[in-house]
Design a protein around this ligand. Sequence first.
Ligand code: COA
Ligand code: MG
Length: 309
Amino acid sequence: MLRLNIPRPQPLRPRRCQLSVPGSSEKMLAKAEALTVDSIILDLEDAVAPNAKELARGQVIKALTEHQWQATSISVRINATDTPWCHEDIIHLVSHAGAQISTLVLAKTNQAADVHFVHLLLDQLEQKLGLQNRIGIEGLIEDVSGLLHIEDIAGASDRLESLIFGLGDYSASQHMRLNAIGSTGDYPPDIWHYPRYKLITTCHAYGLDPIDGPYADFKDLDTLQTEAKNAATLGMFGKWAIHPSQVEHLQRAFAPSPEAVTQARKQQAAFAAALANGQGAIAVDGVMVDAASMRLVQNLLDRAELYGL
Ligand code: COA
Ligand code: MG
């Protein structure tokens, strides 16, 4: 099952911002339809009260099949494998709206077996229904056990497309003392450094997209942008939003700036000319550029291409 650095069969999808929309709220489902965003995640898990799970499932299926979505991809967050809802979430969603689902986002992905369960059930349903699309899986790492098992999880299925750092549940499982989901607490060094770093390195080793969790204080856009910048600098490809006001900030924060794209192209052209002259290292605008710089430049240009920039 371990497929280190092997390209995944799932399509590459932009995930600069993934907006979570409670499946139990008809109003928010309607609002989300017209939003231009890379990814929308219709939620059946923690944004939905236990007594509204079945209602939400029906509303999400209706929204999947009837809405004219403007988002690039639509996913559904399903309940964890240790709840009574997980298997029925998958069976109902895929049976009634499988063709409209890009990925299933699995809450509380704590061990490889959680991913195997979803993978095998999808194998059976896709065969039975003759689905043409192959539904991907995104795993929420949001428990200390998920972080401990993250490498096994990352290699558990070739349906996996991303791992998401779920800050809220994670901070509870680690008994952190915080006021709001995504806040940094009374801890002067960056409280999220280790789990973010671990998740990002694992994702890139296994060819998955590392995605940062949400920032709950949706009126504080300055902190949102700082958090997004920190996450992007470390190598995250995107971040969850919980409110429409956060969307455009995240879409921008995780995209290369036009200046960075121009500079990358300039360095690439200068380096190609240098190689033709037998030079492996040159100065461009006073900065040394070599083969390693070209790998950074290529990463940036690949992202720009994926985002249509
Ligand atoms: N998706 C779609 N629409 C949303 C939305 C979301 N996540 N959050 C808010 N909206 C809508 C509101 O319905 C409202 O619509 P309107 O202009 O038609 O009235 C508008 O955006 C402005 O919302 P606002 O009044 O500022 O917020 P609120 O008090 O209605 O909602 C929350 C605040 C936090 C309850 C809400 O944003 C929410 O439920 N977010 C998602 C939570 C979630 O998914 N959690 C699980 C993942 S961590
Ligand atoms: Mg959670």
